[in-house]
Design a protein around this ligand. Structure first.
Ligand code: ATP
Length: 211
């Protein structure tokens, strides 16, 4: 039977409650078999000194512990080159030819999606599920063009085809960002409402994100 698999790619530097809420919402709302969080090994644009890919993955593992339908996807961690979504989706298809993939992004990512490597080909490998994020509108950047070309109105319409649709979700808004969390931790300010307690404990034990 075809498996319907969501993939939430990101730096997860660190993973926060906004990521988990988004993944959990998408899994339930779209009835996916699972949503995997896929930390990149080498972010194409940046990385935080002192925090390794394995530490970011360990934090993801802690954050999803209470969510049986969420999983860690190690594919990009096991590569030694920059992570591009197109390459990763190709590998996932080779590994699991009978599955359908739904790539999950926040609205901020949709707004500059046409800068991603081989973006039209990404849409030949997966659907896009877009979570709302405060500060970013469907009228900004690349979003209007993409929604006009590829947008569908509901999950039923999306599943009429195997790939190539973009569905905008109506998820509860979360203003959390990893940038803010790193800043709070560097200034010894509490970030506890934005992080799973086990993740915060790991950060403290490993002395991550210190000034
Ligand atoms: P940073 O602030 O370091 O850029 P981030 O909080 O955006 O990090 P990423 O790991 O870069 O986290 O995000 C991975 C994916 O999750 C992206 O597609 C991003 O749009 C989405 N995302 C992150 N935070 C939220 C949020 N609060 N609401 C909705 N989507 C989010």
């Amino acid at each position: 039977m075809t498996k319907h698999i969501g993939i939430l790619g990101g730096t997860f530097d660190p993973v926060h409650n906004g990521h988990i809420a988004c993944a959990d919402y998408v899994q339930r709302e779209c009835g996916l078999d699972t949503v995997r969080l896929m930390p990149c090994h080498l972010p194409p644009h940046r990385a935080t000194p002192g925090v390794s890919a394995e530490q970011r993955a360990a934090m993801v593992q802690l954050a999803i512990a209470g969510y049986p339908k969420l999983a860690l996807e190690r594919l990009e961690l096991d590569k030694q080159s920059p992570s591009y979504t197109f390459d990763s989706l190709q590998l996932l298809h080779q590994r699991e030819p009978d599955s359908r993939f739904y790539f999950v992004i926040g609205m901020d990512s949709l707004c500059y999606f046409r800068q991603w490597k081989n973006w039209p080909l990404i849409l030949k490998l997966a659907h896009l599920l877009v979570c709302e994020r405060p500060g970013y509108q469907a009228t900004d950047g690349d979003a209007p063009f993409l929604l006009q070309q590829y947008g569908v109105t509901d999950i039923g319409a999306l599943q009429q085809s195997a790939v190539g649709g973009i569905l905008l979700l109506n998820n509860p808004l979360s203003a959390i960002s990893a940038t803010d969390i790193r800043c709070q931790l560097q200034h010894n300010r509490a970030a506890s409402s934005a992080l799973d307690p086990a993740v915060l404990n790991y950060i403290q034990l490993q002395q991550l994100y210190q000034a």
